[in-house]
Design a binder for this molecule. Structure first.
Ligand code: GLN
Length: 544
């Protein structure tokens, strides 16, 4: 029997609802249950693919090629369960499907309304594509009270009636603000938020209260009383030093125990060995390194969420604490080498991540040149690989006008718009006139690695699969030219048409990839590219 857990949020956003859902998923797994996690997003975009990363954070790409909310990254990293297209939906997607059906005449002349047509589509999404999972956890984006989330909450109200308390559970994540002037924790915002939820017919079963201070038992009792919840079901989620200790902290507060109690499940002892050893490795590093991330969206670190996590995983694997220096690449758009020296001389490694558009591109190229010449470990990802190719072609390949068609049509186009590629044995075609949304090369694709390469040593394999999200590619016709300039192409698409990995042999660690390895890294299974990058960075410059 599949049980449904709905996770809503109140008071303010950014309370870590996504993390709490992921953590609960992993705690249920540690008791032997099979879980699946989903996110319902109230905004009107059809998916987050076209949204600015500095507004909405990273776009997380699934194996099956969906562009999804970054919380799906938390779900995968904490549970290891591979997310799918069917795990994230937006109001925009629901409406566009309902309207497409209306145009087709599927509703046989009915008047289309939020209830039942939109709510039915939401319910169908929640219940779709489930096999033998013990629990499906559905997180509702946004905060109760938002206009956009009303249809989702109404759909949950209906599902709750269908499934009953034994088949469903509603968790509400709220905030207990600490008022410094009064020296007091306040429960009123939580009370109001629960009232708001009750006003749409939902009574939470469990409250997860985020707080920066310990909460006395009397306050817990008070929250329970005012919010119509048992005091034991008021779970205190106090701030902790790192996200890797959250599973242990929430377990200690009884989060998973109360969930099992709610569903009348036997209170098995969870096996938390995995989280104990990760927390220990993270909390007791043997040294410290600094990685510079030179990118375009550095003002919001959520833009590179999975990247920051994957680097931390590399640190866990090497018992190193990794500090990240986020640098806007535009500061390097200068002839002045002193600025590069000032920022990059004392780093252990350079990472140039994915990105879009011309702004800041020259700064990335300059940073890559600095790392190549100074033998600083370098990892390039997607756009980072494209910029590494331009740097080599310009500096060592006698092509000073090497360019990407993403920046215009001039120069030697070593990076060009991908007009066709093979996906699952069929050819995908694109032109520059296509829509922006959902038209990139998206999702998992196989890559063959040359045996005599750093990449094959890192992966310990010559056939891999990694996730993609890009429109442009390195032009294979320049292969010889690049290789003469010392940039070895060590990974290709199976048909040999698309370069996937480039590396240098005259450098301790210089590798760049067209895909996004950060999307598959997990704290209990760090991605080998990040493990080896951090290891090389530790050898280059490490503090004790
Ligand atoms: N803008 C580049 C492309 O579309 C790189 C994309 C990325 O880094 N994800 O190919």
């Amino acid at each position: 029997m599949t049980r449904f857990i709905f996770i809503t949020g109140g008071v303010v956003s950014s309370l870590g609802k996504g993390l709490a859902s992921a953590v609960l998923g992993s705690l249920l797994q540690s008791r032997g249950y099979k879980v699946r996690l989903r996110k319902l997003d109230p905004y009107l975009n059809v998916d987050p693919g076209t949204m600015s990363p500095t507004q909405h954070g990273e776009v997380f790409v699934t194996d099956d090629g969906a562009e999804t909310d970054l919380d799906l990254g938390h779900y995968e990293r904490f549970t290891g369960v591979v997310t799918k297209k069917t795990d994230n939906v937006t109001t925009g997607r629901i409406y566009s499907d309902v309207l497409a059906r209306e145009r087709r005449g599927d509703y046989l002349g009915a008047t289309i309304q939020v209830i039942p047509h939109v709510t039915d589509a939401i319910k169908a999404f929640v219940k779709n594509d489930i096999t033998d999972e013990d629990f499906v956890l559905c997180e509702i984006g946004g905060t109760v009270g938002d206009i956009e989330s009303l249809p989702f909450l109404e759909a949950i109200r209906q599902l709750r009636n269908e499934l009953g308390g034994s088949g469903s559970c509603i968790i509400h994540v709220t905030l207990l603000p600490f008022i410094h002037a009064a020296g007091e924790l306040k429960t009123k915002p939580t009370q109001h938020s629960v009232k708001e939820l009750q006003s749409v017919g939902l009574q939470p079963d469990i409250l997860l209260c985020r707080t920066e201070q310990p909460v006395p038992i009397e306050l817990k009792n008070k929250i329970g009383q005012f919010c119509n919840v048992n005091a034991a079901d008021v779970i205190i989620a106090e701030d902790v030093s790192s996200i890797y200790t959250v599973p242990l902290a929430y377990h200690e507060q009884g989060f998973d125990t109360q969930i099992c109690h709610h569903f009348n499940l036997e209170n098995k002892k969870p096996n938390l060995k995995r989280w104990l050893s990760i927390a220990d490795a993270y909390e007791h590093p043997e040294g410290k390194i600094t990685i510079a991330i030179v990118g375009k969206y550095t003002s919001l670190q959520d833009s590179y969420k999975s990247l920051g996590e994957a680097i931390a995983h590399g640190g866990i694997a090497n018992k190193l604490r990794v500090e990240v220096e986020w640098i806007d690449s535009e500061v390097f758009e200068t002839e002045n080498n002193d600025i590069l020296s000032y920022h990059l001389s004392n780093i252990s490694g350079l990472l140039v991540p994915g990105g879009f558009g011309k702004r800041g591109a020259e700064g990335k190229i300059n940073a890559i040149r600095f790392a190549r010449q100074r033998q600083i470990p370098f990892l390039g990802i997607c756009f980072g690989m494209q910029m590494a190719v331009l740097e080599t072609a310009r500096t060592l390949g006698n092509l000073p006008k090497a360019n990407s068609s993403e920046f215009g049509r001039g120069g030697d186009l070593l990076v060009g718009l991908m007009t066709e590629w093979i996906a699952d044995n069929s050819v995908e075609k694109r032109t520059h006139l296509d829509d922006m949304g959902g038209t990139m090369r998206l999702g998992a694709y196989p890559c063959n690695i040359k045996e005599d390469s750093l990449a094959s040593k890192i992966y310990n394999d010559c056939q891999i699969s990694e996730r993609h999200r890009h429109r442009y590619e390195v032009n294979i016709n320049f292969k010889e030219h690049l290789e003469k300039a010392g940039l070895y192409i060590s990974g290709f698409s199976p048909d040999g048409a698309l370069p996937e990995i480039v590396e240098r042999r005259d450098h301790p660690f210089f590798i760049a990839v067209q895909f996004h390895p950060e999307l598959k890294s997990k704290p209990f299974q760090p991605h080998p590219l990040f493990t080896e990058f951090v290891s090389a960075a530790g050898k280059h410059l490490r503090l004790v």
